[in-house]
Design a protein around this ligand. Structure first.
Ligand code: SAM
Length: 370
């Protein structure tokens, strides 16, 4: 029995060796078919995130079905596991805290990672020009790589107020828009001719992918959409805030940050929040979702990926951080953003055939500029 294998009755002893790790590696951690918000999908070029082997198939209710059943923001999935149920009777359970076995496995893994960090020379390479690695990423993974974020309508309803017919002058920026998997679903819902929706990313290639879409071209011609290259962590020319071209200070109703903050190094957080805060109007909102501390994607990181505590380099050279609640709250508040709502979306994914339990964790937040 390997480390992540369990039976319900008799939890296996933790036995983490290099030899046991491949059993985890072979699992896809893509969220493509899960019921709630998703994170970036597995990267086929990344040995830590194989996509096709042993996919975990979980039937996903359609957005309309979720809206109809009255799903509300920050409640996430509704499949609860209680003592009477067989954990292996379904593929996924919501709101499940990691069990002791997974926590022990996590501890062993994190120690292994710390003892085998990225070497100093490589660290410099990854931190010097991180956009370069995302450019490469979008060269190979264009618009179909990440799954469209259809859950936006449930988790961040304030966004959808902005796209209703007659909502009036509304300005939204998505930072780290990538290939537009958040940007386009929102654009498709738009009935507000006074909306201005801007996608920003520091990867030139990502912005090119967005600009090449017919949907973008039409919306751009009508003055609704724009897409610009911008580094969220940039320092402004005067040493203050930086802003994307065409976006005025204190002008935005909302800034969307979906899996972008995790790509920054911790010493970039302060400037990034300052920039976002400087762009929002008073009462404007930040809508945030990203990796939570102890997520399977962190735990499974192998030797030679550790940059610093909770910060790693993926196989494709892109960086990723895993957050806890306190540090996110602190950073937002330092930048003048009040955290209205914070929750971890936790899910246990089960591989029934192999009797494996895996724990996912995402942080979700809504903040307001005071
Ligand atoms: C994981 S992808 C998420 C893409 C998109 N938000 C989505 O939900 O599909 C992260 C994106 O953030 C971008 N990014 C990372 N650091 C950035 C920074 N400092 N400024 C702007 N964009 C950044 C990357 O280029 C990449 O496109």
């Amino acid at each position: 029995m390997t480390v992540a294998q369990t039976t319900q009755e008799t939890p296996s002893p933790i036995e983490v060796t290099e030899a046991t790790l491949p059993s985890l590696d072979k699992l896809s951690i893509s969220d493509e078919t899960t019921t709630a918000p998703t994170e970036p999908e597995s990267n086929p070029t990344n040995p830590e995130n194989p996509t096709t082997e042993d996919p975990i198939k979980i039937k996903k209710p359609a957005l309309q079905e979720r809206l109809a059943r009255g799903d509300v923001p920050f409640t996430f999935g509704q499949r609860f596991l209680d003592d009477t149920q067989d954990v292996f009777s379904h593929n996924a359970w919501d709101h499940v805290e990691p069990d002791e076995e997974f926590l022990n496995f996590t501890e062993v893994q994190l120690n292994l990672q710390r003892e085998n960090p990225v070497d100093e020379e490589a660290k410099l390479k990854y931190n010097e020009n991180p956009a370069k690695f995302w450019d490469k990423f979008y060269k190979f993974n264009t618009k179909n790589f990440f799954k469209d974020r259809k859950w936006l309508g449930i988790e961040f309803p304030s966004l959808f107020e902005c796209v209703k017919e007659g909502a009036g002058d509304k300005r939204i920026l998505e930072v780290g828009a990538g290939a537009g998997n958040t940007f386009f679903p929102l654009l498709r819902e738009n009935h507000n001719d006074k909306l201005r929706l801007v996608a920003a990313d520091y990867s030139k290639k990502a912005i090119q992918v967005i600009r090449e879409q017919e949907e973008f071209k039409t919306a751009h011609e009508s003055g609704v959409a724009d897409a610009v290259v911008w580094d969220l962590s940039a320092v402004g020319e005067d040493g203050g805030c930086s802003r994307p071209e065409g976006v005025e200070p204190n002008s935005l109703d909302a800034v969307i940050m979906v899996f972008v903050f995790s790509a920054l190094a911790p010493d970039q957080w302060e400037q990034a929040v300052k920039n976002v805060s400087g762009l929002l109007k008073k009462g404007g909102k930040v809508l945030f979702r990203d990796y939570g501390r102890g997520d399977l994607a962190q735990v499974r990181m192998k030797k030679g990926r550790y940059l610093q505590e909770n910060f790693y380099i993926r196989g494709d050279g892109t960086r990723v951080y895993f957050f806890d609640e306190e540090e996110l709250r602190t950073e937002m508040e330092k930048g003048g953003l009040k955290v209205d709502h914070f929750a971890f979306d936790r899910r246990m994914i089960v591989n029934r055939q192999r009797r494996l339990k895996m724990f996912r964790c995402w942080a979700q937040m809504v903040c307001t500029k005071e």
